[in-house]
Each structure stands twice: as C-alpha cells, then as structure tokens.
Ligand binder design. Structure first.
Ligand code: FE
Length: 213
C-alpha cells in the first residue's frame, strides 16, 4: 500500500500574493512529491509497507532508519502544512482564541512570538503551535523532525525551509512568516485539531490510502 501525495485543498494561486502560485506548484509538485516517491521506494517490500503514515514516522524514528524517517516525516509535516493554510483565513474560533489569550497574553503577542521563533530558527525546519490540553506553546524543529515523535500534538505548522519562501521573499523569512500569520492561517483547521480531532495525517494521507484500496 503506497503513500500518496495529498492533493492541495486549494488552487495553486489561492494564497497569492502572500504565497505565489510558482512557490506552491514547486513546493507541492516537486519537493513534497519527491518525499512521497522516496518514502515509497524505501518501504517497498518491508514491514513498513502495511503501516499508516503516522506509524511509519514513529517506527522509523524509533528504529533509527533516518532516511525513511526524514522522507516520511516530511510527508506528514507537509500534509499538516497544507492544511494549516487557507485563502479564507479570518480569526481563530472562540475556544482557540481564548486558549491563545490564556497561553500568550493576546493574539498579537502569540503572532509576534510565532514569527520570532520562525525567524530565529537556524537553517531548515518547522515552527509549530502545540496543544497540551487547553495549554498552547510554540516549538521549532530541525530538518524533518516533528512533535509527533515526542508525543506532542501540533495543531498548526509553518514550513521555514528556504523552498517555502525564497521565490517570493528571497532571504526575508520574517516577511514570509508575517504573511503566513496575517493572511494564510487556517484557524478552523487548527481549532478542529485543538478540539481533539484526528491529526492531519489521519484526515489526509491515511484516508487517501484507505480510499485507494
Ligand atoms: Fe517544504
């Protein structure tokens, strides 16, 4: 059973001008697609083949299968990233907005902290909003690392690899993060994960795989 490239939940130009169609096309169609292709080559004929994406990520991490972990985790991370964005951003629903106020003081303090964390991250990686019960925190991880393997529950993620923004804002990662926070966040999706719904991969990659069987 092969892993699938999750279709984007919007058109390539839906996030313009904050994220260009060219960036989205290359990021999804080349970078993300390559992780799917490589992971499928690595799991073929192994015990990993019958696992869900979540299980592959956790097992490859635990087993020290670094190449498979890197490629499978990058699929998981990108699935959540595409679901973390929408052309109709708006504001967080009340329960999530209240949790943001309780955890960070205010929406603008949260936004500043998220942007600062992503800007300060050295090299390739990800910046995450993590839920632990009703408490929220911001975390960053390097390369393909993700909070899943640490037993944490991410509800929102922004990709801070250069391929996510370099065509649009060149070396200005802060401008990309500011655009993400201002125009692109899918608060409805984050609120659903906050309320305890399935992680992104279970509503995207794993359902794609079972639908294909
Ligand atoms: Fe990426």
């Amino acid at each position: 059973m092969a892993l699938k490239l999750m279709p984007l939940p919007y058109s390539h130009d839906a996030l313009e001008p904050a994220m260009s169609a060219e960036t989205l096309k290359t990021h999804h169609g080349k970078h993300h697609a390559k992780y799917v292709k490589t992971a499928n080559e690595l799991i073929a004929g192994t015990n990993y083949e019958d696992m869900s994406l979540d299980e592959i990520v956790r097992a490859a991490h635990a087993n020290g299968d670094r190449k498979l972990f890197n490629n499978a985790a990058q699929i998981w991370n990108h699935d959540l990233f595409w679901n973390s964005m929408t052309p109709n951003s708006g504001k967080p629903p009340k329960a999530l907005a209240d949790a943001i106020d309780r955890s960070f003081g205010s929406m603008s303090a949260f936004s500043d902290e998220f942007i600062a964390k992503g800007e300060a991250h050295f090299g390739s990686g990800w910046v995450w909003l993590i839920a632990s019960g009703s408490k929220l925190s911001i975390d960053d991880t390097h390369d393909a690392e993700n909070p899943l393997v640490a037993g944490k529950t991410p509800i929102l993620v922004c990709d801070v690899w250069e391929h996510a923004y370099y065509l649009d804002t060149k070396n200005d990662r802060r401008a990309f993060l500011a655009g993400f926070m201002k125009q692109m966040v899918n608060w409805e999706h984050a609120a659903r994960l906050f309320a305890g719904n399935s992680p992104a991969s279970q509503t995207s990659n794993d359902s794609l795989r079972s639908a294909a069987e």
